[in-house]
Structures are given as C-alpha cells and as structure tokens.
Design a protein around this ligand. Structure first.
Ligand code: PEP
Length: 254
C-alpha cells in the first residue's frame, strides 16, 4: 500500500520566535512544490502560534513536542492538547526518548497522552526506540513491542489508522550514528507486524512509521527507499534549512 511519506522536524529546545519564523520562511520559499510529502515542524511551545501563522497558507504543518494528558486545571507549567491546538498545532510528538530519559515519561503516560491528543483533534507521532544497552543485550524487539503495545493500548481502529509511529533508536539520536536502512527496516517491519495483530491488516497498512536518529541530507534517500520506512523524524538537521529541504526532496522523489 502506498503511504504518503512524512518528514517531521523536531526543533527540541531551540530557536526563538524570530529564528523559527526565519527558518520556516526559508524552507517554504526554497521548496514550494513538495509533491506527495507531508512536512511538519515542531517548534517550542512559545513559538507555535507565530510559526503556525507564518505557515498559514503553506504545505507545512505544525506539531507540539509534548502535551499533558489532562485537559486543563491545576497542573502548573503544563500544556494540554487543547492549548497546543489553540496555538496552531495539528500534530504532537509523544514519548520522545528525551522525555522518557529526562522527564519520567513511561509507556503509561504515553498512552494517556495519545488518547488526550485524539480526544482534542491532534494527530500523535508516537516515539519508540531501544537504548544501546538494550540492543547489545538482544532485547530490541521485546523493548519496542512493549512500548508499542502499552503506548497504544485501548485505541480504536479509527485512531490506529491516523496514528504515526516513529522508530528512534536512542543510540542514534543526536550522535551521528544512524541505523543502516536494513537495520531500521527490520524493526519497522516487525512494528508493522505487531500493529497488524493489534488492529488488523487494513488499519496497520495505513500507519506511517517514521525513522529517526541522525537523519541528514546524505542518508535520507537510502533510508526512505525501504518499504516500511514511511518518512523521517529529524532533529539536528531540521534546524538547517538547506539540509531539511534536501531531506524533503529525498522523500518527494520516492
Ligand atoms: C530526534 O530528536 O527526534 C532526532 C532524531 O534527533 P537527531 O536527528 O538529531 O538524531
């Protein structure tokens, strides 16, 4: 089945409003005809509204990098799906390994956030991935399967169909070490097999599985050539407009 590729840029805790607006204007103007590619950028919360307004008439959509699972209330410092959407987000990254590592994100909180995202009309991009130690110990499939099963527990078929999964091996994030296309495809294919068990063939075939981990202008094309690699979640290279545009172009040429 043909799935529209997606290239999503995770800016993490980078770029002020002015710098973010400049970056998206550059991407927008240098690459106006992406063809069949969905492009998303995930700025810090403070820049969401300004970036969404700048991209109002463009082909690029906006994502939040996290949400809280509650809708509103006494949760000082948190941002819910309602507020992210109000600020212009259409997507939200959930369960990024940095949130799991530094902020106590668990498969259980991932699950609550995925449900909150759907409830309020945001499309979740759910991140899973093993650490170096887990790969060395031969536990890749066990770890990923648990993250997928628990993170996506209780979703409806309609929600599964609209979901995006990002496989991001932790050892490849921000390290310059990339999984080979073959290594990534092997995990992507096994995630899809598990999704078939969880929601059936038809819905599972619709789910885009992105690869993330040191994707850049040089390796994107090879990674994206594999049948179960439906796009990329890009960190560092998404801050460099030329590189990000090259990655978008690689996906467009599929
Ligand atoms: C990420 O943060 O999701 C990521 C993949 O980062 P990088 O591309 O810098 O490895």
């Amino acid at each position: 089945m043909k799935r529209t590729p997606m290239i999503a840029g995770n800016w993490k805790m980078n770029l002020t409003i002015a710098a973010g607006v400049e970056l998206v204007k550059t991407i927008h103007y240098t690459h106006r005809h992406p063809g069949e590619v969905d492009v998303v950028v995930a700025p810090p919360f403070t820049a969401l509204r300004a970036i969404a307004d700048t991209l109002n008439d463009s082909y690029i959509s906006v994502a939040a990098q996290n949400i809280h699972w509650e809708t509103s209330g006494a949760f000082t410092g948190e941002i819910s799906a309602v507020f992210a959407k109000d600020a212009g987000a259409e997507y939200v990254i959930i369960g990024h390994s940095e949130r799991r590592q530094y902020f106590g994100e668990t498969n259980e909180t991932v699950n609550k956030k995925v449900k909150a995202a759907f409830l309020h009309g945001l499309t979740p991009i759910v991140c899973v991935g093993e650490t170096d130690a887990e790969r060395e110990a031969g536990r890749v499939h066990e770890v990923i399967n648990t993250q997928v099963e628990q993170g996506l527990a209780g979703l409806t078929k309609g929600q599964f169909e609209n979901l995006i999964v990002a496989y991001e091996p932790v050892w490849a994030i921000g390290t310059g070490k990339t999984a080979t296309g073959q290594q990534a495809e092997e995990v992507h294919a096994s995630i899809r097999e598990l999704l078939v068990k969880l929601t059936g063939q038809e819905a599972a075939e619709k789910i885009r599985i992105l690869y993330g981990g040191s994707v850049g202008a040089k390796n994107a094309k090879e990674l994206l050539s594999f049948p179960n690699i439906d796009g990329a979640l890009v960190g560092g290279a998404s801050l460099k407009p030329q590189d990000f545009v090259e990655i978008i172009k690689s996906a467009g040429a599929l």
